[in-house]
Ligand binder design. Structure first.
Ligand SMILES: Nc1ncnc2c1ncn2[C@@H]1O[C@H](COP(=O)(O)OP(=O)(O)O)[C@@H](O)[C@H]1O
Ligand SMILES: [Mg+2]
Length: 160
């Protein structure tokens, strides 16, 4: 049975902004709290649009949702609490401070966390309920969106 209650994983082609938002909405319907989404992709890929789909499914007004480029984190309240982070403008060297805040957010089991430019998180212990959302393509080209459950080898003790 294909369950509406599971975060879909796989790879999709999105030819329109609405298709990207619709996939986000499908993910949003599966949320229960405690999930983390790491979004990567170039500027203009559709990361914020995907998140708008997720938040729509939680009953959050679309106008509320925009990339928190200067504040780093926005908090929305719907069926669940939703933290929207965007690390694009995170200053160099701020990673350690940010990690403290992320730990605080992660302690809220009824919250969902979505992070744009997640590659800037660095290595940080994330819950097993973490997914990677990669969006490839920008401009007018179709997007390839890949949703994958984060492997457990993403733990920080993987020394580099
Ligand atoms: N298939 C598509 N999926 C997502 N966005 C698209 C698509 N085609 C064109 N776009 C446009 O790309 C832009 C994506 O913006 P945004 O979601 O803010 O990107 P990001 O947050 O990744 O920087 C929007 O202007 C949107 O209309
Ligand atoms: Mg954005």
């Amino acid at each position: 049975m294909v369950s509406e209650n599971e975060v879909p994983t796989g790879s999709w082609i999105s030819r329109e902004p609405t298709e990207t938002a619709a996939l986000g909405e499908r993910v949003g319907r599966a949320l229960r709290g405690g999930e983390v989404f790491l979004l990567d992709g170039p500027l203009g890929a559709g990361k914020t649009l995907f998140i708008k789909g997720m938040t729509k499914a939680l009953g959050i007004e679309e106008e509320e949702v925009s990339s928190p480029s200067f504040t780093l984190v926005n908090r929305y309240q719907g069926r669940l609490t939703f933290y929207h982070l965007d690390l694009y403008r995170m200053p160099q060297g701020a990673v350690a401070t940010f990690a403290v805040d992320l730990e605080e957010l992660l302690s809220d089991a009824r919250a969902v966390i979505a992070i744009e430019w997640a590659e800037r998180v660095g290595s940080f212990p994330l819950p097993p309920t973490t997914w990677h959302v990669r969006i490839e393509g920008d401009g007018e080209e179709p997007r390839r969106i890949t949703i994958a459950r984060l492997e457990n080898d993403a733990s920080p003790d993987r020394s580099s």
